[in-house]
Design a protein around this ligand. Structure first.
Ligand code: GLN
Length: 306
């Protein structure tokens, strides 16, 4: 398949739509300033072939796409013990909802909604302590094959206005479901959301997800086992795009993880990883043009897990 021609075609067809629909996430002030008229797409095959189009080298705030990597790090460190405080069911609710936490005694529905990612951050902090942020950067830089960093302005912006996340962390703490201080857990969570990466870097870094856990830069030690990788992909399909996960499975048919910065990582198991980015998001917090691009990719390539 000529992947470069495929991505060029998607870029050409979607570019006229830039800025027409959706809005950048404005509840995080630093994200509200991102110019809306940008679109990037990049992929990397299991064999290492790469293709990219549009603004594929522009770094953006990966936001909840980071939940994929903190989950991966937590599974590496804790194995199945991670699941003592996190369920694995789709929530059917917005990513920042408090509703189910009350009736489910502070145990989040899944690791890809905010409450679940805060619970994962708590476990990372218990295991890695003050090295948690550096540990995350080290893992990501190793996966991407180049240095990855935090956007300090975005992290500070989230810290100053993340009242829902502050509420979620304190609510879980009240149920005895966080081991660490809520403020310390939130500091890690806000930083992971503020990771800056481009589509190209994300397509590379997520490469283990299409290769049964093998390290995308060829390191001998796998990132995850084959079984763990399959399960992360299952969680992406069922929970990776919040209350739109059913619609994503229907329209695209690939495991995906989105972020409110407009990035979406998708996996074609045994074939490739793909990343799209365009900052305007829909009501569920998923990139509007990114979703359209993935839909075009799946229909034009015929690649889907179904
Ligand atoms: N930082 C964002 C938040 O906590 C992440 C949410 C998202 O990307 N969906 O609200």
């Amino acid at each position: 398949m000529d992947f470069q021609a495929l991505l060029d075609g998607i870029d050409t067809d979607l570019r006229p739509e830039l800025g027409r629909e959706g809005q950048v996430a404005s509840y995080i002030p630093a994200l509200a300033r991102v110019p809306v008229a940008q679109f990037g797409i990049a992929l990397r095959t299991c064999a290492g072939e790469e293709a990219a189009a549009g603004d594929s080298a522009v770094p953006f705030s990966i936001q909840s796409v980071s939940k994929l990597f903190t989950l991966t790090l937590a599974i590496r460190l804790l194995g199945d013990a991670l699941w003592e405080r996190i369920h694995r069911e789709p929530s059917g609710n917005p990513f920042n909802s408090l509703l189910q936490l009350e009736s489910e005694q502070g145990v989040p529905r899944n690791p890809f909604i905010n409450a679940g990612a805060i619970a994962v951050a708590d476990r990372l902090l218990s295991t890695l302590g003050a090295r948690a942020k550096d540990g995350l950067l080290e893992m990501l830089s190793g996966l991407a094959g180049e240095p990855i960093g935090f956007d300090a302005e975005v992290a500070a912006s989230e810290g100053a206005t993340g009242f829902r996340n502050i509420a979620l962390a304190n609510f879980m703490k009240s149920f005895g479901k966080l081991d660490n201080d809520a403020a310390a857990v939130l500091d890690l969570y806000f930083h992971q959301c503020a990771l800056r990466m481009s589509c190209r870097q994300l397509a590379r870094a997520a490469g283990y997800l299409c290769r049964d856990g093998a390290h995308p830069q060829g390191q001998a030690e796998p990132v995850l086992s084959e079984r763990q990788t399959r399960r992360v992909n299952a969680l992406m399909l069922t929970c990776g795009t919040y209350d739109a996960a059913g619609e994503f499975a229907y329209r695209i048919g690939l495991p995906c993880k989105s972020g409110v910065g407009g990035g979406i990582v998708a996996v074609v198991p045994d074939r490739l990883t793909l990343c799209v980015w365009s900052p305007a998001v829909d009501a569920s917090g998923n990139s509007l043009l990114g979703t359209r691009a993935l839909e075009l990719f799946a229909s034009r390539s015929g690649l889907s897990i179904f």
